[in-house]
Write a protein that binds this ligand. Structure first.
Ligand code: PHE
Ligand code: ZN
Length: 918
């Protein structure tokens, strides 16, 4: 999930538009949801029941081997599953197999004879009186992929068949122990119409194929690696393919294929390049070599999430594969690179070593996000990548951690596992993995990874196993680190520095507290690695000494008490401390740094992240003061000067322009509202304050902004990093200028829109125009539509730009767009773009008359019958209702209650809504 306008929905639904031309546009690629909860559901009689970690019990039956046989048909599909079952003890008892109500059971056979000693229930089937030693179980079922709008299990996307089995989709195909600790060797036979489905794919190696008579053909695939059912995949359709190859570190040849609809074949090159880079990187950095001779990627248009790591047959949302400079933005390119890598990296972290149960999801997701972040950092600018990742964490994970859906990275309960593909599991999970690296060093971290694979290859394990491997490989005692797995909530850390000129010491006084979260009233201190430097008056890092030991220029404090004091000695002159370098722990930091200190760090800190952070701290403080003061807005000259200085840095020959673009960004409305008192947030006021800051800066820096736009306008598109960075900066400046109410700016933006030779520039200009009530806006939208109406992915951008607009009374426009041919409520990308885009608008979603809320609830109710996952992702925009001022909060609550009253509400939506109302 990684949730773009949708990525993974990493971000809050509220920030789900894909269209941003700013540097933040890359987020969200895996489609991770930004809301979910571990709190208990209300004890209504028929309410869905939660599943608890504490109830985990080992499976009593192993599945040594599974043969699947699919006969794909137009009306229905027949599935025959032949399983070699091995009881794990003499009295293994009943065997429970998961199975969805939509699956028709045809027959069951045990060791060749009909078997009738079973009981079917809504969630599966219980077999009793089974043989006490190994036996063969055959289950025949019939399913209707054509009617499957949930996009889980076997379904049709366009004319093609495909599957999605994580987390619990395999039970929509057949009856099975659909749990990740049941690992088996799968063989898959697929039979289908030859003309309609020339391509038939599954996991592993192709071992047989041929004609099946009657216009049909078949393939047989064998996957030699034992795997849980959630990694099973099947694809059948009419698809074109590009092929490349990779030679591994030990000289083995791997064939790489990307399958897409024929007309998209020219859009796969970037995904292929990304795959090859990922394979090489995993060898270089972790010594991990691909383990089969074939690696396939298939792109499908209808997909709930970002992409899926099925063994050797990754299935992707097409928006994370297809790209040309004309049709995809730089942010799309970055997302594709990151997600292709992410899914490939799962081959070891997820597939070879998998999760014991779904409570361990962060074992594979947190670790794999950390790995894809590191990969992208190595391929691009490390500092800018880190800034983007932290910005996303703050924008969507911090709010989740502070709301009714707060849950630890290893949750204790869930109703619907789909709801736990969250920014907490993914992004906070990645931060937790990163902290091992910070504490143990790069080499120590690698040693831990090596031991993890040495111990657990081929197993289904827990986060505790990962923790133990890290500790044991390094002889480290990290017991105070463990609460990161069990405690929800973002720790508040305060660090106050003081200089003693006489003693030549610098002392840091640290304190921490973890706030209460639903179901967790008491918390204990947790180990926070705090990376600090002392920047001397000359702007250079000082050499650090503490307790007689040298710490180089950045010391990592292992802060694991409620309070602690650290003293550096031999500090010759008063420094400015640079605290939490590289964001060394996912905490909310408060310091006693002054405005002057922050300006100094902006100019001098050797740590790119903290250089950026110093500016953000200043801007955040400014915006919050404006929001809270109730006085007419005024702008301190110091901030304008600081911003002017940042911008003028772009003229330096070695300027990091992508960094400058980042540094110019004013914290978003969502981030700002997190700092306001619960029950008081007025989105209109937050919007107005931020708009004032942007408009004032644009007014005062207009000449500099225009000069920067001019200096960074390339005559021709290029994908070189320096050109990309210049483009990012230029478009950030155009975004600023769009705040000016000047017709010549709208005219300039339109001209640039019309002349743009790449999607990044086009979308940035369209975005800049989208909030303006000017003729250029209408013309540009119409022209864009005419040029791109044939391309659904580009149309998603067009939908998102319009629905995210701050033009007043935009809901009518969104309603009209829902009726247009560019929209289809059954396609998740379109819902994320159009509906998710609206949810990001302070003006329209949060319209004071409640019309935005009512509209969203209508859509959720409609979606609920079609696709519970997508519906629950959309309903998540309501979860923080308590944060808002009384009128809005009551209006949101009323809509949640209306949704809860819908008969036959899906478990997905029930879980989010009931926990929100709790
Ligand atoms: N495991 C996928 C990933 O993060 C996400 C996913 C989960 C996709 C569930 C589909 C369904 O890479
Ligand atoms: Zn993943």
């Amino acid at each position: 999930m990684r949730a773009t306008g949708l990525r993974a929905m990493h971000r809050a639904v509220a920030s789900m538009t894909l269209h941003s031309g700013t540097p933040s546009g890359a987020r969200g690629q895996r489609c991770v949801r930004s809301a979910a909860s571990a709190a208990a559901a209300p004890a209504t009689e028929n309410a869905p029941k939660p599943i608890y970690l504490k109830d985990y019990a080992k499976p009593q039956y192993a599945f040594a081997k599974v043969d699947l046989d699919f006969a794909l048909g137009e009306a229905s599909t027949a599935v025959k599953s032949t399983i070699r079952v091995e009881p794990q003890s003499a009295n293994a008892g009943d065997l429970f197999l998961h199975g969805d109500e939509s699956v028709e059971l045809v027959q069951i056979m045990v060791d060749g004879g009909a078997f009738t000693s079973y009981k079917r229930s809504p969630k599966g089937i219980t077999l009793s009186g089974l043989p006490q030693s190994a036996f063969e179980l055959v289950i025949e079922t019939r399913i209707k992929p054509q009617e499957n709008t949930a996009l889980e299990g076997l379904y049709k996307s366009g004319k093609n068949f495909c599957t999605q089995c994580e987390a619990e989709g395999f039970r929509r195909i057949t009856f099975y122990q659909d749990r990740p600790d049941v690992m088996s060797i799968f063989t898959t036979k697929i039979t289908a119409d030859k003309a309609k489905y020339p391509v038939l794919l599954s996991n592993g190696n192709l071992i047989d194929s041929g004609d099946a008579g009657d216009g049909k053909h078949f393939t047989v695939w064998e996957d030699p690696w034992a795997k849980p059912a959630y990694l099973f995949a099947l694809v059948a359709g009419e698809l074109g393919m590009i092929e490349d190859k990779f030679t591994t570190m030990t000289g083995k040849n791997v064939t790489l294929r990307i399958f897409v609809e024929e007309h998209n074949l020219d859009k796969c090159e970037h995904a292929m390049t990304s795959l090859i880079k990922s394979m090489k990187w995993d060898e270089d950095v972790f010594g991990l070599e691909y383990d089969l001779e074939l690696f396939n990627i298939v792109a499908v248009d209808d997909f709930n999430m970002g992409a899926m790591e099925n063994k050797s047959l990754n299935i992707f949302n097409s928006r994370l594969v297809l790209a040309t400079p004309e049709s995809a933005t730089d942010a799309d390119y970055a997302a594709i690179e990151g997600v292709v890598a992410h899914e490939y990296f799962h081959n070891y972290t997820g597939n070879r070593v998998t999760c014991r149960d779904w409570f361990q999801l962060s074992l594979k997701e947190g670790l794999t996000v950390y790995r894809d972040q590191e990969f992208s950092a190595d391929m691009n600018s490390r500092g800018v990548k880190r800034i983007g990742d932290v910005a996303r964490l703050r924008m969507s994970q911090f709010p989740q951690d502070n709301g009714p859906m707060a849950h630890p990275i290893r949750p204790e309960s869930y109703i619907k596992m789909d709801n736990f593909y969250t920014v907490t599991i993914y992004e906070k999970g990645a931060e937790v993995v990163r902290m091992y690296e910070t504490l143990l060093g790069k080499d120590g971290f690698r040693k831990g990874m090596d031991l993890y694979f040495e111990r657990h290859d081929g197993q289904a394990v827990t986060t505790e196993d990962f923790f133990n491997a890290m500790c044991d490989a390094n002889g480290a005692d990290l017991s105070s680190f463990k609460p990161w797995y069990s405690q929800a909530g973002t720790p508040n850390v305060t660090v106050d520095g003081s200089y003693d000129a006489a003693a030549k010491t610098f002392t840091l006084k640290c304190s921490q507290n973890v706030p209460k979260t639903p179901g967790q009233d008491t918390k204990i201190p947790v180990m926070c690695p705090i990376a600090v430097g002392l920047v001397g008056p000359d702007g250079k890092d000082m050499e650090l000494t503490m307790d007689g030991a040298s710490h180089g220029t950045t010391a990592v404090l292992r802060f694991d008490q409620a309070e602690a004091t650290y003293t550096f000695t031999g500090v010759a002159a008063k420094p400015v401390p640079s605290i939490l370098r590289n964001f060394s722990a996912p905490v909310k930091l408060t310091t006693n740094l002054t405005e002057d200190d922050l300006v100094f760090l902006m100019a001098n800190d050797s740590d790119a992240f903290n250089r950026w952070e110093a500016g953000q701290t200043l801007l955040r403080g400014l915006c919050l003061n404006l929001i809270k003061s109730g006085e007419p807005f005024t702008m301190p000259a110091s901030i304008t000067d600081a911003m002017r200085k940042i911008l003028s840095g772009a003229k330096a020959p070695d300027a990091d322009k992508a960094f400058i673009a980042r540094a110019m960004m004013v914290p978003g409305e969502g981030e700002l509202s997190e700092f306001l008192e619960q029950g008081t947030v007025d989105p209109a006021a937050v919007y107005a304050a931020r708009k004032f800051v942007m408009t004032t800066l644009a007014t005062e820096l207009r000449a500099d902004l225009e000069a920067t736009v001019a200096a960074n306008s390339a005559a021709k598109y290029s994908n070189e990093p320096a050109d990309r960075a210049a483009r990012t900066l230029k478009n950030a400046c155009i975004g600023y200028l769009s705040y000016l109410d000047a017709p010549e700016i709208a005219a300039m933006t339109y001209e640039r829109f019309a002349a743009a030779d790449n999607m990044t520039d086009k979308i940035s200009c369209l975005s800049a125009l989208s909030g303006k009530d000017c003729p250029e806006r209408v013309t540009a939208l119409d022209e864009f539509y005419a040029a791109w109406k044939h391309d659904p992915l580009v149309m998603n951008k067009w939908l998102g730009i319009q629905s995210g607009s701050s033009l007043p009374n935009n809901i009518a426009n969104v309603k009209a767009l829902m009726k247009s041919s560019a929209f289809d409520i059954k396609n998740p990308n379109k819902v994320y773009s159009l509906i998710g885009g609206l949810c990001g608008s302070s003006v329209n979603f949060h319209a004071a008359d409640g019309s935005g809320y009512e509209f969203l609830a209508d859509v959720v109710i409609q979606l609920d019958d079609l696709n519970g996952q997508v519906a629950s992702r959309m309903v998540s925009a309501f979860t923080r209702w308590k944060k808002y001022e009384p009128t809005r909060s009551a209006a949101m609550k009323a809509q949640l209650e209306r949704i809860l009253a819908k008969p036959g509400l899906s478990e997905n939506v029930f879980e989010i809504v009931s926990k929100s109302l709790d």
